[in-house]
Design a protein around this ligand. Structure first.
Ligand code: WT7
Length: 663
């Protein structure tokens, strides 16, 4: 395409606000009838039998929704099933030789690994038997601290097979973060990995796992270690540590009967950041979660068994759980899994994979799209991307410019884009367009999915007018919702329900879920999510608690006080800004700067590393002593400073603004 044409096209797209589903897509889409919205509304909650029908049940459920004890809702009660049987066994007869996981390692000179459903079934059985040998019983929580190796989904499904909930800890998290999560879950088993490849380097991981284990306050019975790096990294093994390959070899050919789980039995825990320093253990169940991941994969990602589908996320986050592992495998499709980064060995790696495997759907995050855009369209242009039929985004708001770049340069103006809003807690997608039914509007996630009741309200819970900013609320339960915070029903209520519910009532109509996001709705009912309204920031689609980062910083010697806020960032969406007051006798801030960075990396991980650390003699506080984060955010964003008259110390703000402006 000539440059002139390009500019013309750009201009034409720039003012376009609606994008109807391409005809070629509609002709083959899983859902094409708009009537589903009304049908689900009229037939709620029975409409969700449609999700349950996507699963194979050992015992049929007798109640779709038990709402007798809100907000502790239960779905498909009386039913029993096994998640691993749903993701594997039931596909064997007709699709055993079809590919389940297409794994691409980062080094380009290494062979990709292809797992058919038969292969995956075999290895899951063998590892499930091995877990049993190690003493894992039903309901024991197994922690998986693993990078993007095939053994991660294998371990997840092996846990599911024997009814042991998994708790996956993102490999980029620190040793401390691992210990905190194992302690909170009382988890006595760990599966980890010697290391992995990142931008050409072999990264050690086992040493970090060992350090984490030393911070666990109870006995850890067994650790299984996957050997990813071979001879590159020789890791010491304690007596309770077992080599993954040995464990699987000892159980070669094992056949493990899938344990029958009640619909409401826990499938997994996933720790996520919240307002306080302590991560929240989000509990998901077998039937509700799996049906939700499956139904949304089919309805929104338009997955069919014959597709090659790719969610370029990390399984260490909920996106990977729902949309690399459980949803796609339950539907019997081929799920691509990539170990490395998009810019290794060059900035066209993703496009090479899409081209090579003829990927049908690509699901990624706005932060990645903004990076692709910055790198330029010459990288995707090197490859044939015509296999793509749908694109998706998740994790943070997408700006219309990035949306349109994705639409044009990756989708060739021929793929619908689904901008999907959801959370760790929702289990799967909540707000987005059904791609064969609804027009997309760049920058707006879209209307709630059928059967989902989401409203934008003011602080009193009254719906706001179109165009006005308000808060998102979910007014009816849904199958994929979290059931509670592990071992903490009280916090479950105070974090998610107290704001808009009558917590004394046992009438479900009085209970409203608050996701802690700000939003706007337009005349067509399309919702634009504005971002978190709590003390959580979203860095490259990753959720970080400001309190967690602050407590890491004040743990550094020489720091007296710290405040952390999110500031806008071109690629990352938000970045971490830390304002730090030093102790009187601490000299030499350069060294302190490095120690703070180190402290944050040790406590959380490199993803939480501050973009900027501002040393200041004071923090802006209200008369009651509360830090005014809003003002610090304005400073980080270089914005006009608003009203500072309610401050105890208004001059401070100007001083800090000058410090930030200096560099
Ligand atoms: C928070 C949830 C959803 C799985 C990955 C992140 C933000 C998520 C969107 C979107 C605007 C979004 C929200 C939400 N978010 N998707 N499409 N548009 N914001 O899961 O770590 O639980 O974070 O991510 O602020 O509350 P998470």
């Amino acid at each position: 395409m000539t440059e002139n044409n390009d500019v013309e096209l750009e201009a034409r797209l720039e003012n376009r606000e609606r994008f109807e589903p391409p005809q070629s897509f509609v002709e083959q889409a899983n859902i094409v009838d708009d009537a589903i919205y009304d049908e689900f509304e009229q037939n709620w909650p029975e409409c969700w039998t449609q999700a349950a029908d996507l699963l194979d049940w050992e015992a049929e459920y007798d109640t779709v929704l038990d709402d007798s004890n809100p907000p502790f809702y239960e779905w498909f009660t009386g039913g029993s099933l096994n998640a691993s049987a749903n993701c594997l066994d039931r596909h064997l007869e007709n699709r055993g030789d079809e590919v389940a996981i297409e794994w691409v390692g980062e080094p380009t000179d290494e062979d990709d690994r292809t797992y058919t459903y038969n292969d995956l079934h075999r290895e899951v059985n063998e590892f499930a038997a091995a877990l049993r040998d190690l003493g894992v019983g039903e309901d024991d929580i197994v922690t998986l601290y693993m990078p993007m190796v095939p053994e991660l989904p294998i371990a997840m499904l092996a846990c599911a097979r024997i009814g042991a909930p998994h708790s996956v800890v993102f490999a980029g998290f620190s040793a401390d973060a691992l210990a905190t999560r194992m302690n909170a879950a009382d988890s006595e088993f760990l599966v980890t990995c010697d290391g992995y490849y990142r931008r050409g380097d072999a990264l050690e991981h086992k040493a970090k796992a060992d350090e984490g284990l030393s911070g666990v306050d109870h006995e850890v019975s067994a650790v299984a270690v996957v050997d990813r790096l071979g001879d590159e990294y020789d890791h010491p093994m304690a007596e309770t540590h077992h080599d993954y390959d040995d464990l699987v070899a000892e159980n070669a050919g094992a056949d493990v009967e899938p344990v029958s789980r009640d619909a409401e039995d826990m499938l997994f825990l996933m720790y996520t950041s919240g307002t306080t320093g302590q991560p929240k253990g989000v509990k998901h169940t077998t039937a509700g979660y799996l049906s939700w991941a499956s139904w949304t994969s089919q309805a929104v990602l338009d997955i069919k068994p014959e597709d090659t589908y790719w969610c370029a996320a990390d399984i260490g986050w909920i996106t990977g759980h729902s949309y690399i592992v459980y949803g796609p495998l339950a539907l019997g499709t081929t799920s691509v899994m990539y170990e490395g980064t998009p810019d290794y060995p060059d900035r066209d790696r993703l496009w090479e994979i899409v081209d090579g495997y003829e990927v049908d759907q690509l699901y990624t995050a706005p932060t990645a799209i903004r990076a692709f855009m910055k790198w330029g369209s010459q990288y995707p242009e090197r490859h044939d991307l015509s296999s793509l039929r749908l694109l998706g985004t998740v994790g943070e708001p997408i700006n219309p410019r990035a949306w349109k770049w994705y639409y044009k340069h990756i989708g060739n103006e021929d793929c619908p884009i689904v901008d999907t809003w959801w959370q760790t807690e929702t289990g799967g997608m909540m707000l987005t367009t059904l791609p064969g039914v609804k027009d997309a509007k760049p920058g707006s996630a879209g209307p709630p999915l059928p059967g989902i009741d989401i409203r934008v309200v003011d602080t009193r819970g009254e719906e706001v007018d179109p165009g006005r900013a308000g808060y998102l609320t979910v007014n009816k339960p849904w199958p994929g919702m979290l059931r509670t915070l592990y071992n903490n029903d009280e916090r479950f209520i105070s974090e998610y329900w107290a704001e808009y519910s009558d917590t004394e009532s046992d009438d479900p109509a009085d209970w409203v879920y608050f996701p802690e996001d700000g939003a706007k709705i337009d005349e067509d009912g399309y919702i634009t999510v504005l971002g978190r309204v709590d003390d959580v920031i979203n860095v490259s689609g990753h959720r970080l608690g400001t309190m967690e980062i602050e407590s890491a910083i004040v743990g550094v010697q020489g720091v007296a006080e710290a405040a952390v806020v999110g500031g806008q960032h071109d690629i990352k969406g938000e970045a971490v800004y830390a304002y730090v007051i030093t102790e009187e006798d601490s000299e030499g801030n350069d060294d302190l700067h490095d120690r703070i960075v180190e402290g944050v990396e040790d406590a959380i991980g490199p993803i939480a590393r501050p973009e900027e650390i501002v040393f200041t003699p004071e923090l802006p506080k209200t008369r009651s002593g509360k830090i005014m984060r809003r003002l610090l955010e304005d400073i980080a964003n270089g914005e006009e400073l608003g009203d500072t008259s309610t401050l105890r110390n208004p001059d401070v703000v100007e001083d800090i603004a000058e410090t930030v402006g200096d560099d």
